[in-house]
Every structure is written in C-alpha cells, then in structure tokens.
Design a binder for this molecule. Structure first.
Ligand SMILES: *Cc1c(COP(=O)(O)O)cnc(C)c1O
Length: 449
C-alpha cells in the first residue's frame, strides 16, 4: 500500500479525489487482486487504471440524467414532468442569490409566498394561491388548517391510494383531523354528506379526484355543484384534491374530460389542491388555490413552514406558468403537453427520420404501439404511437441493462423478445444522444449483424 501511494501515478489521483478516498479504493483493489477477482496488472500504469476506474465509478452521482424511452409521459420513477427549457434556465438563474424574500422595489423584506400567486390566480380564477412542496403536503396542510381536531367528511368511494404510500385516510389522520367516511364505495349522495354534517363537528368536506382508476357500473357521486351549496349553508369549507392540475382544455390535447383547477374554482370549491409536476408539466410542487380566507388560513398554519418550497422550484414553476398565458405556446413549449398532443403520424415521421441512423441495430423497424400518460392520471387513455423495435445483440435483459448503465442512461422496454423504444417521451434535443447510446449499446454487447 505505502509503495503504491508513493508511486508517481498516485499523485494526480490524490489531488483529484483526496488521500483517504484513494487509499480506500487501493485497499479494495488489492483485496480483489488477492481474491483473484482482478488480474494482476503488469505495470504501474495498469494499477493506476484499476484504481482510477474504481474512483470514477464510485464518484458517479447517484442522480443521473435518463432518456425516457418507455412512452410513459409522467413516469414517476423517472422524475415525472420533464421541464420546459425556459423553466430550466430560470431554475439555474435562481440557484444563486435571488429576491426570494426581498422586495426589490422597497428594499425591504418580502415574502416567498408572494411568488407565482398572481399567475396562479390569473390562470385558475382563484382569489389567492399558495405553493408548497407537493400535492400531498398541500392536502395535509389544507386539512390541518381547516379541520385539525375536527372531522373531515369524505365519500367511501374516495378513500383512495394515490401511490407511494399516499392514502387518503392516512393523510387525514396525519393532519390531525378525524376521518368521517360517508356513503358506500360505489354510491355516495349529497344527502350522505348532509346527514354527517348535522351530527358532528365537521371541519371540512373533502372531495378527492379518483385520478388513477375508473369506476363504472352502478355508481353515483356528489359533485361540487351539490357539495358547495351544502358547505356554504353549514359554514364548512369544501376542499377538492384534484391531483393532476391540467391547466388547458383536455379536448385540445385529444384527451377525455378531466376536472381542471379553473372549473373547480368556478364551481365554488374553497380550496383546490394539485401537483406541479403532473399534467401541469412543471417542477415538483403542491399548489393550493381558492378563496382568500381559506388560502390565508393555510398560509398562517405552522405546518406551512415545514412544507415550503425553495427558490429553485418557485423559479421553475413561475417560468412554466408564464407559458400558459398563451395556451398554444404552452402546448408547444411544455414537454408534457407536447408529448400528450403529439399525433401518431408525427411519431411515425420522427421514427422514419431516425431509422437510417440506427442501421447498426439488428432488424430495427417501426411498429405500432401505445403510450401512457402515467403519474396516476388518465388511467384509461392509450395514446396510439409508433415505437422503434429491434432484436437484442445478446439477450434482451442484458441489452436493456447496458442501455441503463450508459451515460446518459436510456430506459427502454422489452416486448416479446425484442427491445422497444417509444420516441414520444424522448425530447427532440435528446435524439443525437439517444442514437449514440443505442449504437454503443448494440456494439458493447458484441455482435452487430
Ligand atoms: C398525485 C396525487 C396526489 C399527490 O400528489 P404529489 O404531488 O405526488 O404529492 C394527491 N392527490 C391526488 C388526487 C393525486 O392524483
């Protein structure tokens, strides 16, 4: 060990990685050499390469860029919405100092809760807005502020699990409120809510958008047009957990109808909660919009501080929301919306244009398939698409792993012994990197016939 450390090749490694880290990796290399896992190098340069490679791979960041070839647009495991270019630039700019809590006009203290409020009110018609860490936090905060220590009335049919451990009964409980479930799984009428309100000290009526599954058959539910008058008559706020937060007309994207924040505000909900990184296409955030008294109560609650957002998120959200001032521009420049709107013909054209560059892949061709919206939204929607499909150089799983371990990582799918990649979720500016990665993947596994 001492001899290795004192040899010339170690100097640059120590400079770059620090002595303790280099010592540790040399120790690991020596262990592997003794165990016969590695072949003994025949020169100092060979040792240097072994240790250097090990240091580089140990230093590879845990969070890496990924090219999403799955065709699942809001892929939660791949970070949900890919951000618009202007949002990325705004986030980079805000990463230094910013006027997060500083009023540039007066030179006095400002509030981080002022950012994005004007835009959100403009886009949803709400009186006030509040941005927090994510939609789960937005809902927990709304419930804590309005129904802490009291009952929250929810339909049995809306006691849902959104995914990743987010279950409505647990969120209600964690917020310090008690769950008062009414109606049945398939049918809940406004009378069920009214009966509960007569008997108990109710802090809020909660309605949850069942965003990730469909209910059909013998069903009935009370909508905002019935719940809002009931809440008003009893002095109980109506909170609507919407989840997805689509800010454009779904029919303009060829999607089935979906409640939007603007509609829910117009229907009179006191508070509407939705995510920043689902159909809105922005950074991870939770947004509360609604009546000014209801929003300001949430803003003043101590939990608000615990779930507040940082400057980088606010900058990305503001830049994304700004694009919505023109809905056409939003669809054009917000990747989530552009991917949703892309026609099967345009997918075919993109694939056709790439095929000549991918002749190094075995049996590569285009095939009809479907893309999914993902993120627990539009569960029934299948977007017709064209995918690249090719045969593995060795075995599908090995080829997929090689693509995942590349730089940048590419996540594709296996289908009936072939590799499949949906260009819908690949950004246009990623195409060159994708082609290079696919050809590298085909080469690294050996054959190329
Ligand atoms: C996705 C979703 C949430 C959680 O949103 P996050 O931003 O992931 O915290 C809450 N409610 C509904 C209805 C959802 O669809």
């Amino acid at each position: 060990m001492d001899r290795l450390i004192s040899t010339g090749w170690c100097g640059p490694l120590v400079e770059r990685h620090g002595l303790p880290w280099v010592t540790e990796q040399i120790r690991a290399v020596l262990r592997d050499l003794r165990a016969g896992v590695l072949a003994i190098p025949d020169s100092d340069a060979g040792y240097a390469r072994l240790v250097g490679d090990r240091l580089e791979s140990a230093r590879k960041p845990s969070l890496n860029r990924v090219i999403n070839g799955t065709g699942v647009i809001l892929h939660t495991n791949l970070g949900r919405a890919p951000l618009a270019q202007v949002a990325r630039s705004a986030m980079a700019d805000a990463a230094g100092y910013s006027n997060l809590e500083f009023d540039l006009g007066t030179g006095k203290r400002g509030s981080r809760y002022d950012h994005c409020v004007g835009l959100l009110c403009e886009l949803t018609g709400a009186e006030d807005a509040l941005v927090v860490n994510n939609c789960a936090a937005a809902l927990a905060l709304a419930l804590a502020a309005h129904a802490g220590g009291k009952d929250v009335v929810v339909s049995h049919g809306e006691l849902v699990e959104i995914g990743g451990g987010f279950r409505i009964p647990e969120v209600v409980e964690a917020s310090g409120a008690q769950l008062l479930a009414v109606g049945t799984t398939n049918r809940t009428r406004v009378g069920d809510y009214a009966a509960a309100l007569e008997e108990q000290a109710v802090g809020a009526i909660l309605k949850v958008h069942r965003s990730n599954f469909e209910v059909t058959g013998f069903t009935e539910e009370a909508g905002l047009p019935e719940l809002v008058p009931l809440g008003l008559a009893q002095g109980v706020p109506v909170i609507y957990d919407l989840g997805s937060g689509l800010l454009v007309d779904p029919s303009s994207l060829g999607l089935p109808s979906e409640p939007t924040p603007a509609e829910s505000v117009a229907a009179g909900a006191d508070l509407v909660t939705f995510s920043g990184d689902k159909l809105l296409g922005g950074p991870q955030a939770g947004i509360l919009v609604g009546r000014s008294t209801a929003v300001s109560r949430a803003r003043k609650h101590p939990l608000c501080r615990a779930v507040r957002t940082d400057k980088v998120t606010l900058a990305g959200l503001e830049a994304t929301l700004d694009l919505y001032r023109s809905p056409d521009q939003a669809v054009d420049r917000i990747p989530t919306l552009r991917m949703l709107a892309a026609s099967p013909e345009s997918m075919w054209e993109r694939g056709e244009a790439l095929l000549p560059r991918l002749s190094g892949l075995k049996d590569v061709r285009l095939e009809r398939d479907v893309s999914l919206v993902g993120g627990g939204t539009f569960p029934g929607v299948r977007l017709p698409t064209w995918v690249l499909r090719w045969s593995p150089a060795v075995a599908v799983d090995d080829d997929l792993a090689a693509l995942r371990m590349g730089q940048p990582a590419v996540v594709a799918r296996a289908h009936e012994g072939h590799l499949v990649l949906d260009l819908r979720t690949v950004l246009a500016e990623e195409e060159d990197d994708l082609v290079a990665a696919l050809l590298r993947g085909a080469g690294s596994t050996g054959r190329r016939d």
